[in-house]
Design a protein around this ligand. Structure first.
Ligand SMILES: [Zn+2]
Length: 295
């Protein structure tokens, strides 16, 4: 059941109240597990690249959206982009299994984008007893920050070692890398996180997924988005400029310079959610948790 208010606005609600176009959304029930969303046995060669929104909320979980996590299924495996603090809850609610994950790419080191990793690692260690390797990619500083987060939440655990091979890859912004057969390109963006914050572009087999990470509007985004089958851009503010984040008036003014085939918005605060109808009219996909897009 959706929370009342956003998806089922009362007739008295104002015209800008968020009323998503139902054709863009899965009819997902957030409070039921969704075994039909499991891809076990799916012919991945036929998918090429499938993106599932595990979470697309802002740091405060506005509208009940979970912290950022995008699942990409490709012929090379299952790749996650970001794993925010509440992503593990959304993951389990959707009926997925952490063993499905082959690799994770982290855009930047804020808790709503990487803070779920301690929970993921501990469930993998103690509950599902993972044996397969897990590779995590992110900006310089990832290893130290992850160790610190583990130590804060679960003191002493990180030093004991993992029962599965855990690879941590720190990628300098702009340095090319390869993840599960996809080429990974990052670009530094404008967002203070105590380490470089990056936008991400993953390409392979003629498909490209691109994501802004968290950032103010920056020309770096046009290069990341160019020609992408899907470009997800954060749009935290619906109106006023906010340091370190995109606002809707700026994004709307720059839609023409984004040469992506599809543009979608995530990381929306209440002020941004209030402009969702306007965004849809401008041709932008307003993400929500559970949405699936075939690239
Ligand atoms: Zn951030």
């Amino acid at each position: 059941m959706w929370k009342a208010g956003y998806c089922l606005p009362s007739p008295a609600s104002d015209a800008n109240h968020f009323a998503p176009d139902s054709s863009l959304y899965l009819n997902i029930d957030r409070f039921e597990r969704r075994p039909d969303l499991s891809y076990a046995g799916y012919a991945l060669d036929d998918i090429m690249m499938k993106m599932t929104v595990i979470g697309c909320g802002d740091a405060w979980g506005s509208n009940g959206r979970s912290h950022t996590c995008f699942r990409l299924d490709t012929s090379g495996g299952c790749l996650l982009v970001d794993f925010g603090a509440s992503a593990i809850v959304a993951w389990n609610r959707m009926g997925f299994d952490l063993r499905e994950i082959d690799a994770i790419v982290i855009s930047h080191l804020h808790g709503d984008h990487f803070g779920g990793l301690p929970f993921l690692l501990l469930q993998s260690q103690f509950e599902i007893r993972r044996t397969a390797p897990l590779a995590i990619y992110g900006p310089p500083g990832l290893r130290t920050r992850l160790d610190q987060a583990l130590e804060v939440f679960f003191p002493g655990v990180a030093g004991r070692g993992w029962r599965f091979p855990l690879e941590i890859h720190e990628i300098e912004p702009g340095a090319p890398a390869e993840v599960l057969g996809l080429s990974l390109k990052t670009a530094q963006v404008v967002h203070a996180s105590g380490a470089p914050s990056t936008a991400i572009r993953l390409s392979g087999r003629g498909k490209t997924f691109a994501y802004s990470g968290d950032t103010e509007w920056t020309p770096a985004l046009t290069g990341i988005a160019e020609g992408a089958d899907l470009f997800i851009v954060e749009c935290y503010s619906g109106d006023r400029p906010v340091t370190g984040h995109v606002n809707w008036p700026t994004l709307e003014a720059n839609l023409g310079v984004l040469k992506a085939k599809r543009v979608a918005v995530s990381h929306m605060s209440d002020s941004s959610l209030a402009r969702a109808r306007e965004m849809s009219r401008a041709g932008v996909i307003v993400l929500d948790d559970g949405l699936v897009i075939d690239l």
